[in-house]
Unconditional design. Structure first.
Length: 272
């Protein structure tokens, strides 16, 4: 198999995300219920999460059968091409379950372990965010390099920064996260809690937030959004000297990032 160019991977991610977004938006049952739980009884999976992941992996495997997969709902295959797709078929499941609009399909492509393509489809916003490594980030449009360029906001003073976060579904972790947020709130303009890591990362890219942080994310939660935020000019990372990971994920405009990271380190945001 020949080495794919990034526009080919982007086109496949865009189409897979579009199809899954339509399925989730138009196929949501009126009586949608919980199909399974994960880390706790309130960390839920619906039948639509599972159906959307099957759609995405089936579409991508049809076009690139030698690629690997890592998906939230169980898709896992090593592949042999050097390309791995990292998939969150429905980021913001609890929002979706309750009929709230902040949810998204997130698809990233990694080449030899490096993220090179990211797509976040937010159907209820009618927005598609996308980025290619070294090629910038865009919202809307279809072809490579089309759409409206995304740029993060200029850095405000920290006490004028609007920052989003998320909370874990394990009780003692959530309690510690609430304590960290309580310490942060007096230092910021305000804190938001949207319920979708992928959308929050894209909102940093789009200039709708000055920053975002969260503990406990998985690779599929952040893979696409992290690339989109970075390509829009934001800084991303985790604890000092580390990339964004399950201990801590931060994305913020340069100037806010450094101060937010320092405060989160001081407050021990990565542990109980």
């Amino acid at each position: 198999m020949t080495e794919p160019n990034l526009s080919e991977l982007l086109d496949l991610a865009l189409e897979a995300a579009r199809r899954a977004g339509e399925l989730l938006r138009d196929g949501r049952p009126a009586d949608l219920g919980v199909a399974a739980t994960k880390s706790s009884p309130i960390d839920v999976v619906t039948e639509m999460d599972i159906a959307a992941e099957k759609l995405i992996t089936g579409f991508l495997a049809e076009h690139r059968p030698q690629d690997g997969f890592l998906g939230e709902e169980g898709a896992s295959a090593p592949g042999s091409s050097g390309i791995r797709w990292v998939i969150d078929p429905l980021d913001g499941t609890v929002n979706y379950l309750y009929g709230l609009p902040t949810w998204a399909v997130s698809i990233a492509a990694e080449r030899d372990g490096e993220r090179v393509v990211g797509v976040v489809e937010a159907p209820m916003r009618r927005e598609t965010y996308r980025a290619v490594l070294g090629g910038g980030a865009y919202v809307g449009g279809g072809a490579y390099g089309s759409g409206t360029p995304l740029r993060c906001r200029p850095a405000p003073p920290l006490d004028q920064a609007l920052v989003s976060t998320g909370f874990n579904y394990v009780g003692h972790v959530r309690a510690h996260q609430a304590d960290v947020a309580q310490k942060l709130i007096p230092r910021l303009r305000d804190i938001r809690r949207g319920g979708s890591a992928a959308v929050d990362l894209c909102d940093v890219a789009a200039g709708r937030l000055d920053g975002y942080y969260e503990r406990g994310l998985h690779p599929w939660d952040l893979a696409a959004g992290d690339l989109i935020a970075r390509e829009a000019g934001a800084r991303t990372g985790g604890r000092p000297g580390r990339a964004a990971d399950g201990d801590l994920t931060i994305a913020a405009v340069p100037g806010v990032f450094e101060q937010l990271q320092a405060l989160l380190e001081e407050f021990g945001a990565w542990h109980d």
